[in-house]
Design a protein around this ligand. Structure first.
Ligand SMILES: C[S@@+](CC[C@H](N)C(=O)[O-])C[C@H]1O[C@@H](n2cnc3c(N)ncnc32)[C@H](O)[C@@H]1O
Length: 274
């Protein structure tokens, strides 16, 4: 069972990457709504957003729970939490923290927990699910989305091609190490974590980018410095220029249109029991 598919570091983020992420954050925000809809979040509920980034989706969910509810967002990257705190309000708070350690929260504190484009980054997935199960109320809902290795994003396919064209297709073939999980890998993780009513579906999402630079900036910001990390600066430039050429095949009058694929998974904690 993959935990992570390579070495991911939380130490490469920079204030600039955090700012770019917030500026381009609408991309994740849009598909985040496909996560929030099925969770059926109601007024007055308590919700935890794990890996909240700069807090845009959490801010939207705070509107759903209203003044009698509460949303808490956590993220290990201090620079992203600093930006998220600009969105803070009476029913919306942010803290630094990781999915694997939710010890700041009580047992059965939340009605719903979600992770939007986060689960594939987490090193100890079983530990994270155990913690999420603990902090959910009986009957509480969990929703998350992950990349699925059986359906790589179009940009990832082009990136691999660019790496090959630059003559660098060795062990660093895919230097962004996050490969994600299939349905067959997710289901047993959820079951072992004590969840019930697991279901998942793969969705195709369409993104529009102005040009290759903005797509690359977006990829760098959303990988918090773990993108093309395995390459030297000169090699990185070679890959970037091969990628810029290849991505032009996706040019339309509206911009570069690329499909991304995410698996959305939902489950809940049993109503009776711990
Ligand atoms: C692509 S961003 C998604 C941010 C946000 N959920 C959104 O919808 O915009 C991935 C986030 O996962 C966070 N992350 C990485 N490892 C994590 C972990 N172990 N626990 C919680 N969050 C983590 C990163 O810090 C980053 O902010």
């Amino acid at each position: 069972m993959p935990q992570t598919s390579g070495a991911i570091s939380l130490d490469h983020d920079t204030p600039e990457l955090a700012r770019s992420y917030d500026e381009a954050g609408l991309v994740q925000f849009r598909h985040g709504k496909f996560l929030i809809g099925p969770l059926a979040i109601k007024s007055g509920e308590h919700v935890l957003d794990i890996g909240t980034g700069t807090g845009r989706l959490a801010e939207f969910v705070a509107g759903l729970v209203g003044p009698n509810g509460q949303v808490i967002g956590i993220d290990p990257l201090a620079g992203r939490i600093e930006i998220a705190r600009l969105r803070q309000s009476d029913n919306l708070q942010f803290h630094t923290g990781r999915a694997e350690d939710l010890s700041r929260f009580d047992d059965r504190q939340f009605d719903a927990v979600y992770l939007n484009s986060v689960f594939h980054w987490i090193a100890d997935k079983s530990g994270a699910l155990r913690e999420i199960h603990r902090v959910l109320k009986p009957g509480g809902r969990l929703g998350l989305n992950v990349q699925d290795p059986s359906r790589p994003h179009q940009s990832r396919v082009l990136l691999r091609q660019a790496i090959a064209e630059a003559g660098l297709a060795d062990h660093r073939q895919d230097s962004n190490p996050v490969l994600g999980l299939t349905d067959g890998e997710l289901r047993p993780l959820f079951v072992a974590g004590g969840f019930t009513d697991y279901r998942s579906e793969l969705r195709a999402l369409t993104d529009v980018h102005a040009d290759a630079n903005s797509l690359l900036r977006w990829s760098e910001a959303s990988a918090f410095g773990n993108f093309l990390e395995a390459f030297s600066p000169a090699e990185r430039e070679q890959v970037r220029s091969a990628f810029a050429r290849l991505v032009e095949t996706k040019r339309t009058p509206e911009g570069l249109i690329l499909e991304r694929y995410l698996r959305f998974a939902f489950a809940r904690k049993a109503s009776a029991g711990n």
